[in-house]
Design a protein around this ligand. Structure first.
Ligand code: ADP
Ligand code: ASP
Ligand code: MG
Length: 486
């Protein structure tokens, strides 16, 4: 058995769903279990609608849900043709109606709790899984939709729930593994429920975690993550197009890349697969002929090679200076707790004699958190920073740092951190320098990449026929080369 997870961008249009269907069809001999995200940007749009309702703007909430309903109906018609109407009437419309009722209640004053937020966004994956299962049936494939909330059991940390592993694995074995023997099971990713039945979500990007959980629960031979990039690339193509594809990476490397901004995988998705040594393949649903990147326990590469330049914009660098050094550890512990409660990760930590400096995402609650720090601590915040990491087994060395600083001699590097493991080395730069800094680092570390470890970018040939849905993805022209916009 294998798990095939399709992300939102692989399901954003009728063409994309047909492409996903044909990819599944090619893997039928491996008994696939399909995990799907919400279509396109549905989760963001559901959140927006729920927030409009919570502000009392019921008209805006209604308009936003109507637009989503129309988008889902049009895509379904594009896939199912004449079969669409009865399916929409019986399966999709009732769910949108339920959602509308929930939003009306919110606009009338029902408290907008994290629990209600999860209930509202769960409709994205619940609806997309119904549509994909029907698309598979339309293509002649025996498929069954399973409500993920019945099998993925979590704690009660709404919006960032943690799976209860043993309970979830037992349910996966009892239900999904059995049904998958003679049918393609389709489940929504990202969503689960508490043991008392309240809908929960696993944190943004959490469908990757669902795929890994399902893989571990059914002891799959492989977990495939189908996205809109050729694999794990040496750089986010949205920041610098033309990065190389890694052929194979280790689980810890993949987790560090994901933690440091390579959002093609969510960091929590590595653990369940790693524990059972199930390989994860990252593939491009738009170019299924490309092998992708395999995440395995022992990749074929030597330590010390920088494999990825990851980055995250929208950061602040915070400097804390204490008068009494003895206070430092209690202050940092207290701050770590406050940030953890907000689900904010602190990075690039650099401890000094009289204080500590670190980077955190710049979000509206930052100043409130910092106000809770003891008044005797001097605090300075630099906004509009970006973090950049060099990631790879064994890269956190003085030699790598020296090369990085040489490449960035024209950039105002503010903070350097060798990380808590040997897997990464991070720096902070002004956000306005981000692209140039990433390009300079990429040029330094990938001038002559090892062909055993990296594959050259596989550009689509000029004039090559693209599936119709690609037309909505503009392609960037760089000189005479055409670079696919990921
Ligand atoms: P999906 O909808 O398939 O879950 P995501 O948007 O979550 O897709 O993840 C895919 C995106 O991850 C890509 O479009 C790309 O911009 C981003 N990304 C960031 N860093 C990397 C990287 N190093 N390699 C590949 N993709 C990356
Ligand atoms: N739909 C969810 C999100 O947008 C989960 C996912 O795509 O993995 O975060
Ligand atoms: Mg994702």
């Amino acid at each position: 058995m294998i798990v095939m997870k399709f992300g939102g961008s692989s399901l954003e249009s009728a063409g994309a769903i047909q492409q996903a269907t044909s990819i599944v069809e090619r893997h039928l001999d491996q008994n696939p279990v399909v995990v799907v995200s919400a279509m396109g940007t549905t989760t963001d749009r559901l959140l927006e609608a729920a927030r409009s309702a919570a502000r009392g703007n019921s008209y805006a909430a209604w308009q936003q849900t109507e637009a989503l309903r129309r988008m889902h109906s049009n895509v379904t018609r594009g896939v199912l043709g004449q079969r669409a109407e009865p399916f929409l009437r019986d399966s999709v419309t009732p769910l949108f109606r339920e959602l509308q009722v929930l939003l009306v209640e919110l606009s009338e004053g029902r408290p907008f709790t994290p629990e209600i937020q999860d209930q509202a966004v769960s409709y994205g994956e619940r609806i997309s899984s119904l549509i994909v299962a029907e698309a598979l049936r339309h293509a002649g494939i025996h498929a069954a939709q399973v409500d993920a909330r019945k099998v993925i059991v979590t704690d009660e940390q709404f919006t960032h729930a943690t799976p209860l592993y043993w309970d979830t694995y037992a349910r996966l074995r009892r239900t999904v593994a059995l049904v998958a023997r003679d049918r393609v099971v389709v489940m929504g990713g990202f969503i689960g429920s508490t043991s008392t039945g309240a809908s929960t979500t696993l944190g943004r990007g959490g469908s990757d975690l669902t795929a890994s959980l399902v893989g571990a629960g059914i002891s799959a031979d492989e977990i495939q993550i189908w996205s809109d990039v050729d694999g794990m690339l040496t750089c986010d193509p949205r920041v610098f197009a033309g990065g190389w594809r890694m052929r194979e990476i280790g689980y810890e490397e993949a987790r560090e890349m994901a933690r440091c901004g390579a959002k093609v995988l969510c960091p929590t998705s590595i653990e369940p697969a790693m524990r059972q040594r199930i390989p994860i393949s990252i593939r491009n649903s738009r170019r299924p002929e490309i092998e992708g990147t395999r995440v395995v326990s022992k990749p074929r590469s030597l330590p010390g090679i920088v494999k990825c330049v990851t980055c995250q914009a929208g950061m602040s660098v915070v400097h804390l200076r204490v008068k009494n050094r003895g206070m430092l550890s209690s202050i940092t512990d207290g701050l770590a707790d406050l940030f953890a409660r907000e689900h904010v990760s602190v990075d690039l930590i650099q401890a000094r004699e009289q204080g500590i400096t670190f980077a955190v995402p710049d979000w509206p609650g930052l100043s409130q958190v910092l106000r809770k720090v003891d008044e005797s601590v001097e605090i300075a915040v630099e906004q509009d920073r970006a973090a950049i990491w060099l990631v790879g087994e064994g890269v956190a060395s003085d030699a790598t740092l020296k090369r990085a600083l040489g490449a960035l001699s024209a950039t105002d590097v503010r903070l350097i951190s060798q990380g808590s493991s040997s897997l990464s080395l991070g720096i902070a730069v002004p956000e306005s320098d981000l692209r140039l800094a990433v390009e300079a680092l990429h040029a330094e570390f990938f001038a002559t990449p090892d062909g055993e470890v990296f594959a050259a970018p596989e550009f689509a040939p000029l004039g090559a026929r693209q599936p119709a849905y690609r037309q909505s993805h503009p392609r960037l022209a760089l000189g005479s080369q055409v670079v696919p916009a990921h």
